[in-house]
Design a protein around this ligand. Sequence first.
Ligand code: CAA
Length: 384
Amino acid sequence: MQFQLNEEQLMIQKAARDFAQQECLPGVIDRDENQKFPKQQVMKLAELGFMGMMVDPAYGGAGMDTVSYVLAMEEVSKIDASVSVCMSVNNSLVSWGLEAFGNEEQKQQYLTPLAQGRKDGELYIGAFLLSEPEAGSDATSQRTTAEDMGDYYLLNGTKNWITNGSSASVYLVMAQTDAAKGSRGINALIVEKNWPGVTVGAKENKMGIRGSDTHSIMFNDVKVPKTNRIGEDGFGFTFAMKTLAGGRIGIAAQALGIASGAYELAVNYSKQRKAFGKEIMHHQAIQFKLADMATRIEAARLLCLKAAWEKDQGIDYTLSSSMAKVFASETAMWVSTEAVQVHGGYGYVKEYHVERLMRDAKITQIYEGTSEVQRIVIGRQILK
Ligand code: CAA
């Protein structure tokens, strides 16, 4: 066992750190306050090869490993989690899903530009459409239907809370074809946003990750060619679960980044701020907080890297990705709240960044499977 990163991984980590400092930090407060989608930052990520990090270069990707992806996600998330969620969804849920389960034509047509993050010089990213108004954690209860019409499916229904909802060009949509078959009657379909019958709903006004682009998407008699179905008939739910297992590594790394970003701010502040005649870092009340933050962050990092390593080794990572996600997201919430506390009144105002990190942390306990869902997955895995 060795705990050292290799040269390439260190290089990627540094590139992501530089990108976050130079491209994400300027304007992050304004983008959060005014809910501006970070298009320029995402285009730059695409240039760096970070929108299809793990995809085979034959399909436009950067061919990096999952460990590198975790490192990059952590660095970007320290500064702007609205940028990193866009990166995570495009990498883990959309590109990985297509590369693992799409056919050659689908990969040529969709994966290649998605992994490059651009097509004809324009932003080209994807979204993952599983959640519905009445199917969040209970994901098998899909109400969106994909009626089998012979050589195409007729898609009808509404999807909720869709990250990249209006900025994506391609949607991977889960829909029920045969209700009698339950979860085995669900299909995963590739749908283009500009097809007739697709409507993008209003942007959600969120607590955190406010720069990220979250919408409902409505489908009204959308004709989806059968050639756009991923895998065999009825494979859609398994597709969603397998894809989400990898997605959870990305969100765990995002949570890790939010936690380490908040921690670094708290450490720096505690070195500058004086109270009772000395810098507050010299007070044990603050030192104990920082010690607990550092310890929990290190534990979260090890869980994230282990899940990523297992994925790279071809080992089943269902258990480790859920453990990483639940632990890292709860760490992010706790650490960012404590970081606000270390800052006192300054922590409660926007200029100091920690209040944003605290708001951003909350969603990591909810999306790509709530903490409760992760515990269901972990419980089933350890008891089977
Ligand atoms: N891999 C492969 N197959 C799996 C699987 C996995 N990890 N997990 C379940 N399945 C299969 C089961 O084997 C079962 O198949 P059979 O019927 O053939 O036996 C089928 O799927 C149904 O599984 P369950 O009986 O376990 O289903 P369940 O109703 O008990 O629910 C659940 C399981 C884990 C709670 C699941 O519904 C779940 O993960 N819910 C959360 C959904 C979620 O994460 N949503 C996030 C939305 S995406 C998002 O947030 C993206 C974004 O924009 C940021």
